[in-house]
Design a protein around this ligand. Structure first.
Ligand code: HGY
Ligand code: MN
Ligand code: MN
Ligand code: MN
Length: 414
């Protein structure tokens, strides 16, 4: 395989303009984005992406989970395509770059190959995975999980949002329920460019993260049932306070993560309090625990300890206790060959780089189960993400996309 010359570079300004144009769709209230999956804003962003892909001479396929596959043919019609991509859906208070950089960075590769009139042997497919965030419909990485055979499509269709709307129905409503069988596509390799969403690269002064592994994850949903009663007239010894139970289990989650340092994290992000009235003791709370670790034994041990100790907290307070698994994937080791292509690209281009374990989950974590996969990361300011103040520089975006470009072109062969 001939490696592309180090002067083969993408157009950073054009990439940045596209990032800013996409960011205009589903704006947040503080400079970021709220373009949640299968909303009208998500549909608008999909249409813009489709228009750009068609203008770049690509053909669009859509599968039954709404995932978009924009294909640029190669010289060998029998060669399996090299896939790149990420996700265009955002958190409700998301940034402009989480996921979007990986999709539009993929598009920029195609635009650059067109500019240079370069044909690769393997086709290249730029992908927008549906519902990576898992914030409207749990779990995260839903479509890539179905593609990798980890979730049943009908089960995914039955996921409901906070308003009781079903994923499958919303997919139809926004007009993105494709007819392609999910997972039928075979990949030569998959590369995902993503912002780090953590502080390491910026702190270490590195341009590129060569992602060798990804943390595993458990999402557990807990329901505590107490008794609604007056916050003023109910004596303290007569209260059955679900809110107090959640507070104590929140502390337990934090302590379990702290007891598994280094390399473990834990928090509660989502919680619903009922009736959520200022002068009513919560009669019921529903909340989601997020445990992660790159170490399989630690990850499973944290879950086991929570499942052993949380019911005791509930019992001490006279609360009903229910727990259910909402999302899970084991720690990930990415493909050596693809990781080497990323590292070679960073070295050839002269970018500072370091090995990295991804703290966040990504579609690549699932796709790694069905195709050789690797990720490239670029820094983000203060490591901040899942926050509207998420920020990167054009230089970081261009460096990450150049590494993606070289890794893909080397793998797709020119
Ligand atoms: O939760 C995650 O790690 C990803 O942002 N969906
Ligand atoms: Mn993401
Ligand atoms: Mn995210
Ligand atoms: Mn497991």
């Amino acid at each position: 395989m001939t490696a592309p010359g180090e002067n083969l570079k993408i157009n950073g300004e054009r990439l940045w303009d596209s990032l800013m144009d996409m960011a205009k769709i589903g704006p947040g209230v503080a400079g970021g984005n709220n373009r949640q999956t299968l909303t009208d804003d998500d549909a608008e962003g999909r249409i813009l992406f489709q228009q750009w892909c068609e203008k770049a001479g690509m053909t669009m396929g859509v599968d039954q989970m709404g995932t978009m596959f924009a294909r640029r043919d190669g010289t060998d019609p029998d060669a399996l395509p090299v896939y790149v991509g990420s996700h265009l859906d955002t958190q409700p208070t998301g940034g402009k770059y989480d996921g979007v950089l990986g999709v539009l960075g993929g598009l920029e590769i195609i635009r650059t190959l067109n500019d240079l009139d370069i044909k690769t042997k393997h086709p290249i497919v730029v992908t927008n995975w549906t519902n990576e965030e898992g914030t409207r419909f749990a779990p995260a990485m839903l479509a890539s999980g179905v593609f990798a055979g980890m979730h049943d499509k009908e089960w995914a269709y039955d996921r409901v949002d906070a308003d009781g709307l079903k994923f499958g129905e919303e997919l139809g409503r926004v007009g993105w329920k494709g007819d392609e069988e999910v997972g039928a596509r075979k990949m030569h390799a998959f590369f995902e460019l993503h912002i780090e969403q953590g502080p390491i690269l910026e702190a270490e002064g590195k341009d590129i993260g060569v992602v060798t592994h990804g943390q595993g994850l458990w999402w557990l949903q807990v329901t505590l049932t107490g008794k609604e009663s007056h916050t003023g007239s109910t004596p303290m010894n007569m209260r059955v306070n679900a809110g107090l139970g959640m507070a104590r289990i929140t502390e337990l989650v934090h302590q379990i993560a702290m007891d598994n340092q280094p390399g473990a994290v834990g928090a509660i992000g989502h919680c619903d309090v009922y009736p959520n009235s200022r002068n009513v003791i919560p009669g019921k709370v529903v909340f989601t625990i997020d445990f992660r670790s790159p170490d399989q034994a630690k990850l499973d041990g944290m879950k086991a300890r929570l499942e052993a100790e949380a019911p005791k907290i509930a019992a001490d307070l006279g609360l009903g206790f229910e727990i259910e698994d909402v999302g899970h994937f084991d720690p990930v080791t990415f493909d050596d060959g693809c990781v080497a292509a990323v590292r070679n690209a960073a070295e050839r281009l002269g970018y500072s780089h370091m090995n990295l374990i991804s703290g966040a989950g990504h579609d690549a974590c699932w796709i790694n189960r069905v195709a050789p996969t690797a990720m490239i990361m670029c820094p983000c300011v203060d490591g901040l993400s899942h926050n509207e103040a998420e920020e990167i520089s054009l230089e970081w975006a261009a460096a990450g996309t150049n590494v993606l470009f070289h890794a893909v072109v080397e793998t797709a062969e020119i």
